[in-house]
Design a protein around this ligand. Structure first.
Ligand code: NAP
Length: 250
């Protein structure tokens, strides 16, 4: 049991929720951030507590700097520090061609997936870096296979927002390598969550993509959670600035 603290942005559902459950099972005290689905976040935290773990749910829009700063303050006040930040909150926006997409939708996706994720990483380094008086830690960014595939006809803006996350991982890892902070990422392929329905509005996409997955199966949120927990652990102590692709070979 680690006794460490893990902050998960967008932890109320999907990949973030699976990560929260697994982290709590491994002894982490967990902060589950959500933006609007308070019920999902509270039920998840209650389940974790019933199983003997410690979890708190905090609302905050990861597209807004003031909310990000508040989330870090609340976490530190509640648990005394943060050891691992999982930069997971993400949206795709309604799928379609770029030339038909609403610019406000594109701006919203970039605000959460890219600008917000960079702000989250910034707060994490401010708190964790030994250069700033911290005791070190790990930032696990959640990228996407879309960053390399490009998602033509679906959401190239989303793919671009995740390409930026790969650059963030590489650059920030080098910047803080001597400050006891590791920066890594997980690159999920097609994972069975509500993002395809609730965010992209194209639930049928899951079955459409399945034949192109070498393993011929859709990934589960737990497949990603296992990778996050490994990269966050001391077993991955020499791993930084790189991504672990979890995509069934896609
Ligand atoms: P999901 O099931 O739709 O869950 C999204 C989570 O993010 C929810 O907890 C949601 O909170 C939260 N969220 C959304 N916008 C937010 C905001 N502005 N501020 C704070 N939280 C916000 O999505 P998922 O599939 O688990 O995706 C998680 C991450 O994995 C994303 O970064 C996504 O891009 C990435 N990913 C997913 C797949 C896939 O196939 N599923 C593949 C590659 C990468 P509420 O519950 O409050 O709405």
């Amino acid at each position: 049991m680690t006794g460490k603290v893990m902050l998960i942005t967008g932890g109320s559902r999907g990949i973030g929720a699976a990560t929260a459950r697994l982290a709590a099972m491994r002894g982490y005290r967990v902060v589950v951030n959500y933006v609007s689905d308070r019920a999902a976040a509270e039920v998840l935290c209650e389940d974790i507590r019933i199983d003997g773990g410690m979890a708190l749910a905090f609302q905050g829009d990861m597209g807004k700097l003031e909310d990000i700063e508040r989330l870090f303050k609340q976490t530190i006040l509640s648990f005394g520090g943060i050891d691992v930040v999982v930069n997971n909150a993400g949206v795709t926006g309604k799928s379609g061609r770029l030339d038909q997409a609403d610019p406000r939708l594109i701006a919203d996706v970039i605000a959460v997936n890219t600008t917000g994720a960079i702000y989250v990483a910034r707060e994490a380094v401010k708190h964790m870096s030994t250069r700033n008086g911290g005791k070190g830690g790990v930032i696990v960014n959640i990228s996407s296979a879309a960053a390399l595939l490009g998602s033509p006809g679906e959401y190239v803006w989303y793919a671009a927002s995740k390409g930026a996350i790969d650059s963030l991982t590489i650059g920030l890892a080098k910047e803080v390598a001597m400050e006891s902070v590791r920066v890594v990422s997980v690159t999920p392929g097609m994972i069975e969550t509500e993002i395809h329905d609730r965010s992209s509005g194209d639930a049928a996409r899951v079955e459409r993509i399945r034949p192109s997955i070498p393993m011929q199966r859709i990934g589960k949120p737990d497949d990603i959670a296992e990778a996050v927990l490994f990269l966050a652990s001391d077993a991955a102590g020499y791993i930084t600035g790189t991504s672990l692709r979890v995509s069934g070979g896609r």
